[in-house]
Design a protein around this ligand. Structure first.
Ligand SMILES: Nc1ncnc2c1ncn2[C@@H]1O[C@H](COP(=O)(O)OP(=O)(O)OP(=O)(O)O)[C@@H](O)[C@H]1O
Ligand SMILES: [Mg+2]
Length: 299
Protein backbone atom coordinates (compact mmCIF):
# COMPACT_ATOMS: atom_id res chain seq x y z
CA UNK A 1 0.00 0.00 0.00
CA UNK A 2 1.58 3.28 -1.02
CA UNK A 3 -0.96 5.71 0.43
CA UNK A 4 -0.45 7.38 3.82
CA UNK A 5 -3.64 9.45 3.99
CA UNK A 6 -6.79 9.10 1.98
CA UNK A 7 -9.89 11.22 2.42
CA UNK A 8 -13.13 10.35 0.68
CA UNK A 9 -15.81 13.03 0.51
CA UNK A 10 -14.60 14.36 3.86
CA UNK A 11 -16.54 17.49 4.78
CA UNK A 12 -17.27 19.69 7.76
CA UNK A 13 -20.06 22.19 8.28
CA UNK A 14 -20.49 24.33 11.37
CA UNK A 15 -24.21 24.99 11.17
CA UNK A 16 -24.54 26.55 7.74
CA UNK A 17 -20.87 27.53 7.56
CA UNK A 18 -18.99 25.27 5.21
CA UNK A 19 -15.54 24.90 6.73
CA UNK A 20 -14.60 22.05 4.35
CA UNK A 21 -16.36 20.98 1.16
CA UNK A 22 -16.26 17.23 0.41
CA UNK A 23 -12.56 16.55 -0.01
CA UNK A 24 -10.96 13.69 -1.92
CA UNK A 25 -7.25 13.73 -1.30
CA UNK A 26 -4.51 11.11 -1.30
CA UNK A 27 -1.16 11.65 0.30
CA UNK A 28 1.44 9.22 -0.96
CA UNK A 29 3.83 7.47 1.36
CA UNK A 30 7.15 9.28 1.53
CA UNK A 31 6.01 12.56 0.03
CA UNK A 32 5.83 16.02 1.58
CA UNK A 33 2.48 17.54 0.76
CA UNK A 34 2.08 21.27 1.28
CA UNK A 35 -1.39 22.37 2.33
CA UNK A 36 -1.96 26.03 1.64
CA UNK A 37 -4.73 28.53 2.02
CA UNK A 38 -5.41 31.92 3.59
CA UNK A 39 -6.73 32.35 7.14
CA UNK A 40 -10.03 30.59 7.56
CA UNK A 41 -9.65 28.50 4.37
CA UNK A 42 -10.19 25.26 6.30
CA UNK A 43 -6.69 23.88 6.81
CA UNK A 44 -7.01 23.16 10.52
CA UNK A 45 -10.52 21.80 9.98
CA UNK A 46 -9.18 19.41 7.34
CA UNK A 47 -6.44 18.19 9.65
CA UNK A 48 -8.66 17.74 12.67
CA UNK A 49 -11.39 15.87 10.79
CA UNK A 50 -8.83 13.84 8.91
CA UNK A 51 -7.24 12.73 12.17
CA UNK A 52 -10.58 11.87 13.76
CA UNK A 53 -10.28 14.67 16.34
CA UNK A 54 -13.54 16.28 15.23
CA UNK A 55 -16.48 14.59 13.62
CA UNK A 56 -16.91 15.19 9.90
CA UNK A 57 -20.30 16.12 8.49
CA UNK A 58 -19.80 13.54 5.76
CA UNK A 59 -17.16 11.25 4.35
CA UNK A 60 -14.22 9.55 5.91
CA UNK A 61 -10.46 9.51 6.17
CA UNK A 62 -8.00 6.67 6.35
CA UNK A 63 -4.53 6.83 7.83
CA UNK A 64 -2.46 3.94 6.52
CA UNK A 65 -5.71 2.18 5.71
CA UNK A 66 -7.25 2.65 9.18
CA UNK A 67 -10.42 4.70 9.36
CA UNK A 68 -9.65 7.55 11.71
CA UNK A 69 -13.21 8.11 12.98
CA UNK A 70 -13.84 4.43 13.71
CA UNK A 71 -10.51 3.51 15.21
CA UNK A 72 -8.80 6.73 16.23
CA UNK A 73 -6.25 5.10 18.54
CA UNK A 74 -5.11 2.65 15.89
CA UNK A 75 -5.02 5.38 13.22
CA UNK A 76 -2.76 7.48 15.46
CA UNK A 77 -0.26 4.69 16.12
CA UNK A 78 1.96 5.65 13.23
CA UNK A 79 1.61 9.39 13.24
CA UNK A 80 2.73 12.46 15.12
CA UNK A 81 0.69 15.64 15.04
CA UNK A 82 1.76 19.22 15.60
CA UNK A 83 -1.40 21.17 16.41
CA UNK A 84 -1.76 24.78 15.34
CA UNK A 85 -2.49 25.82 18.87
CA UNK A 86 -1.43 23.94 21.93
CA UNK A 87 -1.86 24.31 25.63
CA UNK A 88 0.93 22.83 27.70
CA UNK A 89 1.21 22.22 31.41
CA UNK A 90 2.67 25.51 32.66
CA UNK A 91 4.44 24.10 35.69
CA UNK A 92 6.33 21.34 33.94
CA UNK A 93 9.77 21.99 32.49
CA UNK A 94 10.52 21.59 28.81
CA UNK A 95 12.23 18.27 29.53
CA UNK A 96 9.27 16.97 31.56
CA UNK A 97 6.88 18.06 28.83
CA UNK A 98 8.88 16.28 26.16
CA UNK A 99 9.05 13.20 28.37
CA UNK A 100 5.30 13.24 28.90
CA UNK A 101 4.54 13.79 25.23
CA UNK A 102 6.99 11.00 24.41
CA UNK A 103 5.30 8.56 26.76
CA UNK A 104 1.91 9.41 25.25
CA UNK A 105 3.20 8.62 21.78
CA UNK A 106 4.99 5.55 23.07
CA UNK A 107 7.97 5.73 20.73
CA UNK A 108 10.93 8.02 21.13
CA UNK A 109 14.29 7.94 19.42
CA UNK A 110 16.28 9.26 22.39
CA UNK A 111 19.47 9.96 20.46
CA UNK A 112 17.56 11.86 17.82
CA UNK A 113 15.69 13.78 20.51
CA UNK A 114 19.02 15.06 21.90
CA UNK A 115 20.16 15.98 18.41
CA UNK A 116 16.94 17.95 17.86
CA UNK A 117 17.27 19.77 21.19
CA UNK A 118 20.74 20.90 20.11
CA UNK A 119 19.68 21.75 16.58
CA UNK A 120 16.78 23.89 17.79
CA UNK A 121 18.96 25.43 20.53
CA UNK A 122 16.25 24.52 23.00
CA UNK A 123 16.87 24.82 26.73
CA UNK A 124 14.66 22.10 28.26
CA UNK A 125 15.40 23.02 31.88
CA UNK A 126 12.93 25.90 32.18
CA UNK A 127 9.28 25.87 33.19
CA UNK A 128 6.96 25.88 30.22
CA UNK A 129 5.17 29.03 31.36
CA UNK A 130 8.42 30.97 31.01
CA UNK A 131 9.01 29.96 27.38
CA UNK A 132 8.46 32.42 24.56
CA UNK A 133 6.04 31.54 21.74
CA UNK A 134 8.88 30.31 19.54
CA UNK A 135 10.28 28.15 22.32
CA UNK A 136 6.87 26.62 23.00
CA UNK A 137 6.62 25.82 19.31
CA UNK A 138 9.99 24.08 19.49
CA UNK A 139 8.50 21.68 22.06
CA UNK A 140 5.81 20.75 19.55
CA UNK A 141 8.30 20.26 16.76
CA UNK A 142 10.81 18.26 18.79
CA UNK A 143 8.04 16.13 20.33
CA UNK A 144 6.72 15.21 16.88
CA UNK A 145 10.05 14.65 15.18
CA UNK A 146 11.59 12.61 18.03
CA UNK A 147 8.95 9.90 17.51
CA UNK A 148 10.22 9.27 13.96
CA UNK A 149 6.59 8.42 13.21
CA UNK A 150 5.79 7.19 9.70
CA UNK A 151 3.48 10.16 9.21
CA UNK A 152 3.99 13.70 10.46
CA UNK A 153 0.95 15.97 10.33
CA UNK A 154 1.95 19.55 10.98
CA UNK A 155 -0.38 22.52 11.30
CA UNK A 156 1.75 25.61 10.70
CA UNK A 157 4.74 24.18 12.53
CA UNK A 158 7.02 27.15 11.98
CA UNK A 159 4.66 29.85 13.24
CA UNK A 160 6.70 31.96 15.66
CA UNK A 161 10.10 30.58 14.67
CA UNK A 162 12.95 32.89 13.71
CA UNK A 163 14.73 32.39 10.35
CA UNK A 164 17.53 30.28 11.84
CA UNK A 165 15.02 27.95 13.47
CA UNK A 166 12.99 27.90 10.29
CA UNK A 167 16.15 26.61 8.62
CA UNK A 168 16.54 23.98 11.34
CA UNK A 169 12.96 22.93 10.68
CA UNK A 170 13.57 22.57 6.96
CA UNK A 171 16.66 20.47 7.60
CA UNK A 172 14.63 18.23 9.93
CA UNK A 173 11.73 17.89 7.48
CA UNK A 174 14.09 16.83 4.69
CA UNK A 175 15.80 14.43 7.09
CA UNK A 176 12.40 12.90 7.88
CA UNK A 177 11.65 12.54 4.19
CA UNK A 178 15.05 10.92 3.57
CA UNK A 179 14.14 8.56 6.41
CA UNK A 180 11.01 7.51 4.44
CA UNK A 181 8.51 9.44 6.59
CA UNK A 182 5.50 11.18 5.06
CA UNK A 183 4.72 14.80 5.86
CA UNK A 184 1.43 16.68 5.63
CA UNK A 185 2.48 20.29 6.06
CA UNK A 186 0.01 23.10 6.44
CA UNK A 187 1.83 26.40 6.11
CA UNK A 188 1.55 30.07 5.35
CA UNK A 189 5.20 30.35 4.45
CA UNK A 190 5.29 29.90 0.72
CA UNK A 191 9.06 29.81 0.56
CA UNK A 192 9.02 26.91 3.00
CA UNK A 193 6.49 25.01 0.92
CA UNK A 194 8.44 25.74 -2.24
CA UNK A 195 11.64 24.46 -0.66
CA UNK A 196 10.19 21.29 0.86
CA UNK A 197 7.08 20.02 -0.82
CA UNK A 198 6.72 17.44 -3.57
CA UNK A 199 3.13 18.43 -4.19
CA UNK A 200 1.01 21.35 -3.14
CA UNK A 201 -2.71 21.50 -2.39
CA UNK A 202 -4.42 24.89 -2.27
CA UNK A 203 -7.64 25.50 -0.41
CA UNK A 204 -10.01 28.40 -0.88
CA UNK A 205 -13.17 28.90 1.15
CA UNK A 206 -13.03 25.24 2.19
CA UNK A 207 -12.62 23.92 -1.36
CA UNK A 208 -9.57 22.33 -2.90
CA UNK A 209 -8.77 24.54 -5.88
CA UNK A 210 -5.34 23.31 -6.93
CA UNK A 211 -3.41 20.09 -6.44
CA UNK A 212 -0.19 19.13 -8.13
CA UNK A 213 3.55 19.50 -8.27
CA UNK A 214 4.90 23.02 -8.42
CA UNK A 215 6.05 22.33 -11.97
CA UNK A 216 2.53 21.38 -13.01
CA UNK A 217 1.13 24.50 -11.39
CA UNK A 218 3.71 26.74 -12.98
CA UNK A 219 2.81 25.42 -16.39
CA UNK A 220 -0.77 26.51 -15.84
CA UNK A 221 0.44 29.96 -15.03
CA UNK A 222 2.14 32.76 -16.92
CA UNK A 223 5.83 33.23 -17.62
CA UNK A 224 7.36 36.56 -16.54
CA UNK A 225 9.43 38.10 -19.33
CA UNK A 226 11.75 41.07 -19.21
CA UNK A 227 13.57 42.41 -22.30
CA UNK A 228 15.74 45.45 -22.95
CA UNK A 229 16.16 46.97 -26.39
CA UNK A 230 18.45 49.62 -27.85
CA UNK A 231 15.43 51.82 -28.62
CA UNK A 232 11.69 51.94 -27.85
CA UNK A 233 10.36 48.38 -27.43
CA UNK A 234 8.00 46.98 -30.09
CA UNK A 235 4.23 46.74 -29.64
CA UNK A 236 3.30 43.22 -28.53
CA UNK A 237 -0.27 43.54 -27.18
CA UNK A 238 -1.68 41.80 -30.26
CA UNK A 239 0.29 38.59 -29.69
CA UNK A 240 -1.73 35.67 -28.32
CA UNK A 241 -1.16 34.92 -24.63
CA UNK A 242 0.56 38.22 -23.83
CA UNK A 243 -0.68 40.29 -20.89
CA UNK A 244 0.52 42.82 -18.30
CA UNK A 245 2.73 44.68 -20.78
CA UNK A 246 4.72 47.50 -19.18
CA UNK A 247 7.28 49.66 -20.89
CA UNK A 248 9.75 51.89 -19.10
CA UNK A 249 12.27 53.53 -21.42
CA UNK A 250 13.94 50.77 -23.39
CA UNK A 251 12.78 48.04 -21.08
CA UNK A 252 9.68 45.91 -21.55
CA UNK A 253 8.10 43.49 -19.10
CA UNK A 254 5.12 41.23 -19.79
CA UNK A 255 3.51 37.94 -18.94
CA UNK A 256 3.00 35.13 -21.39
CA UNK A 257 0.74 32.10 -21.41
CA UNK A 258 1.23 29.67 -24.29
CA UNK A 259 3.88 29.42 -27.03
CA UNK A 260 6.80 31.82 -26.86
CA UNK A 261 7.85 31.69 -30.53
CA UNK A 262 5.61 34.50 -31.95
CA UNK A 263 6.83 36.83 -29.22
CA UNK A 264 10.49 35.97 -29.78
CA UNK A 265 10.13 36.68 -33.51
CA UNK A 266 8.92 40.21 -32.76
CA UNK A 267 11.66 40.76 -30.18
CA UNK A 268 14.33 39.43 -32.55
CA UNK A 269 13.34 41.95 -35.22
CA UNK A 270 13.92 44.87 -32.81
CA UNK A 271 17.48 44.37 -31.71
CA UNK A 272 17.00 42.96 -28.17
CA UNK A 273 19.94 43.40 -25.76
CA UNK A 274 18.94 41.21 -22.83
CA UNK A 275 16.11 38.80 -22.22
CA UNK A 276 15.05 37.25 -18.95
CA UNK A 277 12.23 34.76 -18.62
CA UNK A 278 11.20 33.39 -15.28
CA UNK A 279 8.54 30.98 -14.07
CA UNK A 280 6.38 32.39 -11.30
CA UNK A 281 7.26 31.69 -7.69
CA UNK A 282 4.70 29.95 -5.52
CA UNK A 283 4.01 33.32 -3.96
CA UNK A 284 3.10 34.78 -7.34
CA UNK A 285 0.88 31.77 -8.09
CA UNK A 286 -0.77 32.10 -4.72
CA UNK A 287 -1.37 35.81 -5.10
CA UNK A 288 -2.78 35.35 -8.58
CA UNK A 289 -5.29 32.92 -7.05
CA UNK A 290 -6.24 35.08 -4.10
CA UNK A 291 -4.77 38.51 -4.62
CA UNK A 292 -7.72 40.28 -6.23
CA UNK A 293 -10.21 38.81 -3.86
CA UNK A 294 -8.24 39.72 -0.74
CA UNK A 295 -7.78 43.27 -2.00
CA UNK A 296 -11.49 43.56 -2.80
CA UNK A 297 -12.39 42.38 0.67
CA UNK A 298 -10.04 44.99 2.05
CA UNK A 299 -7.90 42.41 3.87
N1 LIG B 1 -15.57 25.40 16.19
C1 LIG B 1 -15.97 26.15 15.15
N2 LIG B 1 -17.23 26.66 15.11
C2 LIG B 1 -17.65 27.40 14.08
N3 LIG B 1 -16.89 27.70 13.00
C3 LIG B 1 -15.64 27.22 12.96
C4 LIG B 1 -15.11 26.43 14.04
N4 LIG B 1 -13.84 26.10 13.73
C5 LIG B 1 -13.59 26.67 12.52
N5 LIG B 1 -14.67 27.34 12.06
C6 LIG B 1 -14.76 28.06 10.78
O1 LIG B 1 -14.34 27.19 9.74
C7 LIG B 1 -13.58 27.88 8.76
C8 LIG B 1 -12.23 27.23 8.57
O2 LIG B 1 -11.43 27.42 9.73
P1 LIG B 1 -9.99 26.78 9.93
O3 LIG B 1 -9.57 27.03 11.32
O4 LIG B 1 -10.02 25.37 9.46
O5 LIG B 1 -9.11 27.65 8.91
P2 LIG B 1 -7.54 27.64 8.69
O6 LIG B 1 -7.32 27.47 7.21
O7 LIG B 1 -6.87 26.69 9.58
O8 LIG B 1 -7.14 29.14 9.07
P3 LIG B 1 -5.80 29.75 9.75
O9 LIG B 1 -4.84 29.95 8.62
O10 LIG B 1 -6.25 31.03 10.31
O11 LIG B 1 -5.31 28.78 10.77
C9 LIG B 1 -13.52 29.32 9.23
O12 LIG B 1 -14.52 30.03 8.55
C10 LIG B 1 -13.82 29.23 10.71
O13 LIG B 1 -14.43 30.41 11.16
MG1 LIG C 1 -5.48 26.89 11.11
Amino acid sequence: MDVAIETKGLSKYYGKTMALAPLNLSVKKGEILGYLGPNGAGKTTTIRTMLGLIKPTSGRAEIFGVESQKDTTEAHKHLAYIPGESAFWPNLTGEETLHLLGSISGQVDKKYKEKLIKRFQFDPSKKVRTYSKGNRQKINIIAALMTRADLLVMDEPTAGLDPIMEQAFRESALEAKANGQTIFLSSHILEEVEALCDRVAILRHGRLVELGTLEEMRHLSALNIEVTFTATPPKIDHIAGVSQVHVIGHQLTCQLRGPIEPLLRVFAAHNPQTLLSREPSLEELFLSLYGDEEVRKGK
